[in-house]
Design a protein around this ligand. Structure first.
Ligand code: ATP
Ligand code: MG
Length: 391
């Protein structure tokens, strides 16, 4: 049963999804705002449009008439998705899920108010005066984020009164779209943070992957490992929260549900209704099915009998340092000369400072020290350097 799948967003996560879906015989149109994006390099067809433009979206949906729309990023005119669902197109995991998660306010109010999940104390602010009141209400330190942004853009920590105006300006410079409202969250003094990959299926059975630990810096993850250390009580809490919020958002697919683990318990942070970047660790063979294979099956309504732990694994990012096209990689041979190590180079045509260009994967048997596996990934990723041919 070949389906026509339109992938909205064609980055490295989309590329792996396309490969997984094609292995199941599917036909994919990969969409992005620039040509030769990673997933477009392996898809059947491509479109280059501004996905925040609803008319452009309507045009390519009418042109290709996909059976399934798979969003890979947040920055899409997701309001249009409700219409596509009415037209009989399957939106993954659902129009509601994509629409609620592209705006921090919608998902936070749903999680904290409607579902009663434990989150950091929070307030909203529309201007500097409201921000001052919001900071007073939640206390310092606190984190300010534009309602619409990702990868830490426009996000900063307020530690003292003098940081407030700076935080407002920074949020305005990093926001996506024209909405100036921000969320102010109390800073959670967590011991660690995890992503709980959660799979919802047409059958109604929800499955969980083992938790993934990760470390964030400059707004993006630097390394991730699976499984992460967590107490059975905290894991149960996290699974219950993930089940609740995904059930409320409806649909089938994989979700990356982010939590903070603190002394006082587990905090729900946010979630992606799609494969998660920290979940690239599953490409190290940590599970019987990678997060992309799980997503492909769930999206197509194919059964997933179980998710098994096969190896311990880690991923560490390879970042570009300078801007330019046709990047060249050195150090790849050194990485691959090591046992139990692998690499993915995404094929991005242009490098920019801090842009993720690839990832190093390490693994070992399930009874080994996860810290040692992670340290190996970090050390090997440092050997890889990215140099643009045309700076
Ligand atoms: N309230 C908080 N307390 C402590 N740390 C926080 C808080 N909110 C965010 N952080 C830190 O900042 C990181 C990024 O925050 P968040 O996930 O909300 O932003 P994002 O821009 O959506 O990131 P991404 O899109 O990459 O997931 C978190 O993973 C965590 O390390
Ligand atoms: Mg996040």
């Amino acid at each position: 049963m070949q389906k026509k799948i339109m992938l909205l967003g064609s980055g490295e996560l989309g590329k792996e999804f396309v490969i997984a879906a094609q292995r199941l015989g599917q036909y994919i149109i990969a969409v992005d705002s620039y040509n030769d994006a990673p997933a477009q390099q392996v898809a059947d067809e491509r479109e280059v449009i501004n996905m925040l433009d609803g008319e452009e979206l309507d045009r390519i949906v009418a042109k290709h008439q996909p059976d399934i729309i798979v969003p890979e990023i947040e920055a899409i005119r997701t309001e249009r998705f409700y219409d596509y669902e009415k037209q009989g197109i399957r939106v993954v995991p659902s129009a509601k899920a994509a629409n609620f998660t592209m705006n921090r306010k919608a998902i936070r109010d749903l999680a904290a108010k409607d579902l009663g999940l434990r989150t950091a104390a929070y307030r909203y602010a529309n201007n500097l005066e409201e921000l001052q009141l919001a900071v007073e209400a939640v206390g310092v330190p606190c984190v300010v984020k534009p309602l619409m942004s990702s990868s830490g853009k426009g996000q900063s920590v307020i530690k003292k009164e003098a940081d407030i105006a700076k935080a407002w300006d920074y949020a305005q410079s990093g926001k996506r779209g024209d909405q100036s409202e921000v969320i102010v969250e109390a800073f959670v003094k967590f011991n660690s943070e995890i992503t709980l990959l959660t799979v919802t299926q047409d059958s109604g059975i929800t499955l969980f992957c083992l938790p993934i630990g990760h470390r964030q810096e400059n707004g993006d993850y630097q390394e991730s490992w699976q499984p992460a250390q967590i107490s059975p009580e905290h894991l149960k809490e996290a699974q219950e929260m993930a089940a609740k919020v995904t059930r409320e958002l409806t649909g089938s697919g994989i979700w990356g549900v982010e939590f903070f683990l603190a002394d006082e318990g587990v905090y729900f942070s946010e979630l992606s209704p799609r494969p998660h970047d920290t979940g690239m660790v599953t490409m190290a063979g940590t599970q019987n099915l990678s997060e992309f294979e799980l997503h492909a099956r769930a999206v197509l309504g194919l059964p997933i009998v179980e998710i098994t732990h096969e190896r311990n694994g880690a991923s560490a990012v390879i970042l570009a340092q300078s801007e330019g096209s046709a990047p060249v990689f050195t150090g790849v041979e050194q990485v691959l000369a090591q046992p139990k190590a692998d690499i993915r180079l995404f094929g991005k045509p242009v490098a920019r400072p801090y842009r993720r260009m690839g990832v190093v994967l390490t693994y070992d048997s399930p009874d080994t020290e996860i810290d040692a596996v992670t340290q190996r990934a970090i050390d090997l990723a440092k050997l890889v350097k990215v140099t643009p041919s045309n700076p």
